[in-house]
Design a protein around this ligand. Structure first.
Ligand code: F6P
Ligand code: MG
Length: 486
């Protein structure tokens, strides 16, 4: 049948208005269109279809290795069951199975997970749920494979990989430990202004070290060679000057002003951590400088309660790093002086912990599928806690995805708009995102950002996942205002 619709109104060119207003936002109505696993053009597709099954396959290999070294029958049998559950998860993932509720395994986040699944993801599967949620859900299900066991509840399938990569990072580790082993002090005879200038330069270089420490996350670099690790971790001054041009949205100068203004009393700075091993080590070098220079009197580190996105920091990784620095024999070809530099650094960091200058925390919210637009509503205690910080530094790609709702906002979008309530809610702290770009979402590139991104799309396909580029973005927030909950 062919109808001639000459009397009906003509078709309208419908323009959706983004971002949606915060009150109408939920995971099925994101502020800008969300990335999903079935978007074949996106990194989400490659991750859900290929990377995650590979990561799971490697995790199973790790458990098999542990199994082969186990002697007690009850432990062996219990671990075999964990492997069966991992196999089932891998099948679910590859068959694009529907997302089911999390089993009540006593973890503090079960209610948060199941509430979100019931409200927004009934009938959704690994591919058509928003990528961020589906990917996080996979790590929660992996956790469940062990948390419901009797004897392997705390097992970390990624622990070997995390330790191994750090043990192959010797060059960069000693480059930093031999420079920073002596507590920071100014040269004799400097004026107050010269001292401040020296602190500024050091702060800016260390900010870059902390930033680029994020390029070595293990979920992307599955089979990295020693040479590749070295080139990613090169921390020399010349290299840093060259890499600064790769920071496409760069608020470092403003960041220094924020930190400088804390100097009189010494502020509280929080790190929402990303990866264990070398990145964590860089974070700690940075935090050490903040304490020694008097810019901060307290640093709080926020880690994960269980293994997450392969290389993220857990309390076990934190303890491992500090103890290995003081007592370990991890690096074979090193001088006694180098070993001693690492030991001294480790002892100093442990002392900070004892004195309460450094505090390690692990709120359950960090291991959920919620973005940080929901932090205020879903974890009010955490929001209140962060609101008392002078600066909250979010490390890495996943934290950036969660800050920005992981959706396709134009690259020219202001960071403060892209992070919604984390910037606009009363009492929102100052926030800085230190992120090497490793996935689709890119914001904060300034007024010409859309053109710049188009140019890179044409000239350097893959620029959004290579980790070659980065952003250092700052949101002023609304610090000091009374936090309110509806
Ligand atoms: O699987 C993709 C991803 O979630 C991306 O966010 C990023 O590529 C990686 O995993 C994690 O990176 P990061 O450790 O910097 O958060
Ligand atoms: Mg990570």
């Amino acid at each position: 049948m062919h109808l001639t619709l000459s009397h009906l109104p003509s078709k309208q060119d419908i323009k959706l208005v983004y971002p949606r207003t915060p009150s109408s936002i939920d995971p099925n109505n994101p502020p800008w269109p969300a990335f999903r696993g079935y978007h074949t053009y996106s990194f989400a597709y490659a991750t859900m279809g290929h990377r995650l099954p590979t990561i799971l396959g490697k995790a199973i290999d790790d458990v098999v290795e542990t199994l082969n070294q186990e002697s007690e029958e009850d432990r062996v049998v219990d671990l075999v069951d964990c492997i069966k559950r991992m196999d089932e998860l891998k099948e679910d993932l590859q068959a694009h199975a529907k997302l089911r509720p999390i089993i009540d395994d006593g973890e503090a986040d079960v209610a948060l997970w199941n509430k979100e699944i019931a409200k927004y993801f009934q009938g959704k599967d690994f591919m058509n749920a928003p990528w961020l949620f589906a990917e996080a859900y996979k790590y929660r299900r992996l956790r469940e494979c062990f948390s419901v066991s009797k004897l392997w509840q705390q097992y970390d399938v990624f622990f070997r990989q995390k330790c191994d990569t750090f043990s192959r990072s010797g060059d960069a580790v000693f480059e930093l430990s031999t420079r920073f082993v002596e507590p920071f002090k100014h040269k004799e005879g400097l004026s107050a202004q010269e001292k401040l200038d020296a602190e500024r330069l050091m702060f800016l270089e260390l900010t870059q070290i902390c930033l680029w420490g994020n390029s070595t996350d293990l979920s992307l670099l599955i089979n990295m060679t020693e040479e590749q690790i070295k080139s990613l971790q090169s921390t020399g001054g010349e290299n840093l000057a060259a890499t600064e041009k790769n920071i496409l949205g760069n608020d470092m100068a403003r960041l220094w002003e924020v930190v400088r203004d804390l100097k009189d009393t010494g502020g509280r700075i929080d790190f929402v951590l990303d990866n264990a091993g070398f990145e964590l080590y860089c974070d700690c070098v940075y935090a050490d400088f903040l304490i020694q220079s008097g810019l901060a009197k307290e640093v709080r580190f926020h880690g994960k309660r269980y293994p997450w996105f392969v290389s993220d920091v857990t309390k076990k990784d934190w303890n491992w790093l500090l103890n290995m620095m003081v007592y370990g024999h991890l690096f074979p070809k090193v001088t006694d002086e180098e070993v001693e530099s690492l030991r001294q650094l480790g002892l100093r960091w442990k002392q900070y912990e004892k004195e309460g200058k450094w505090v390690y925390e692990q709120h359950p919210f960090w291991c959920t599928g919620y973005t940080y637009w929901d932090l205020h509503n879903e974890a009010p205690d955490l929001f209140l806690h962060l609101s008392r910080s002078d600066l909250v530094i979010f490390k890495g790609d996943l934290n950036h995805r969660k800050l920005t709702y992981d959706c396709a906002a134009p690259p020219s979008t202001d960071f403060e708009i892209a992070i919604g309530p984390m910037a606009s809610a009363a009492g929102a702290p100052r926030i800085c995102s230190l992120r090497t770009i490793k996935s689709d979402v890119v914001v904060g590139l300034g007024p010409n950002g859309d053109e710049l991104a188009d140019k890179l799309d044409k000239e350097e396909p893959g620029w959004k996942i290579s980790g070659k580029y980065a952003v250092v973005l700052l949101s002023e927030g609304r610090p000091g205002e009374k936090v309110r909950f509806a």
